[in-house]
Design a protein around this ligand. Sequence first.
Ligand code: COA
Length: 382
Amino acid sequence: MLYAHIAGWGRFLPDRVLTNDEISRQVDTDHEWIYSRTGINERRLAQGETTATMAFEAAARALARADMHPSQVELIIVATATAEYVFPATASLVQDYLGATRAGAFDLSAACSGFVYGLSMANGAIQSGSVRNAIVIGAERLSLVTDWTDRGTCVLFGDGAGAVVLKRSHVPGGILATTLRSDGSGADMLSLPNHHQNNIPFLAPEFSPNGQHVGKITMNGRQVFRFATNNVPEIIEETVAKANLTMKDVSLIIPHQANVRIIENVARKLGVPDTLFFTNLDKVGNTSAASIPIALSEAVKANRLRPDDVVVLVGFGGGLTWAASVVKWDVTPPDVTLLDREWKRAKYVWARGRSQARRFFRQMGARLSRSPNKMIESGRKK
Ligand code: COA
């Protein structure tokens, strides 16, 4: 029997902080309303960063923690709703940035449940023996798809990325059980229409560095609230039971960071204290697929996870989708010195150089080789 253990984790948040007060100057709202209804104080905004560069940063940090070289990586999954391209996948861009030359890569679309879905896919690939390790990333640049004139949604979302490295082991532990669910009849409750448009008014020019806007998030907040509080407690209990455990065995629950009132409601329904849940949404807002791995990295930093702890990761969102995973936390992080870290980053400079060289030689090859039409013509002349 093979098990997928979490061997590394990392997160990346852009430097630019957007406070509730700043939003209040643009739409009819105020800090008091936002904080009391959502628990959000501030969120981060990507400026120079893209979904792929944020995903790369989080993945590089997770690989450093796992003490792995990118050439060892066999699978990269990026859960995102804000990929720059339909194709190539964001995961392929990350593969190139990392120089993970032996990895398969694909994106996964399951909105705010995407990270837990990705964990489940990677776990399956490791347990089946088809790969020995995988990086699962949640990355979002939601500021590009937020309607900054809609006070019902623009106060909620933020940008960022988080990642974990999973490694194969014969030792029981790691991901113990996962449950995935979907109800497409609720598709209209929370959606991001996939069409191209460039004329959406933005909060201010600096929020739209590229002047791009691809679709925008629409949501029925009350219905989404009800959906989450009805389904999240059930899927947590179901997945904990699947792992042959009880709620008493659970040390920490890391939920999708959507709204602190949803989390309090779920805690009440489960009959557990709010403190069993880790939250960081006051500082980062709702970062969709990125929220769980960002929170996981911060929970480790805050010493909320100890060896042998049982942690539940639970996501919910557009689709509708919802998903939970029960994980035994059995990693001991290696001591990584600053010098180690800087030395390890040098390999990404090398990866960029190699990628540029491959592009250059591909272009030269295309120039030097004859086009198919010319080949046909010269064949006819003969
Ligand atoms: N500032 C001030 N007033 C606001 C506001 C804002 N940012 N957003 C909405 N309002 C107003 C509404 O216009 C409405 O006014 P009205 O009564 O005059 O019509 C009033 O507040 C109540 O609106 P409602 O939508 O019922 O508020 P709510 O208590 O449900 O809170 C959310 C709104 C979005 C915070 C809440 O529904 C929520 O968090 N839902 C879940 C959303 C979520 O988590 N989505 C992501 C899931 S992945």
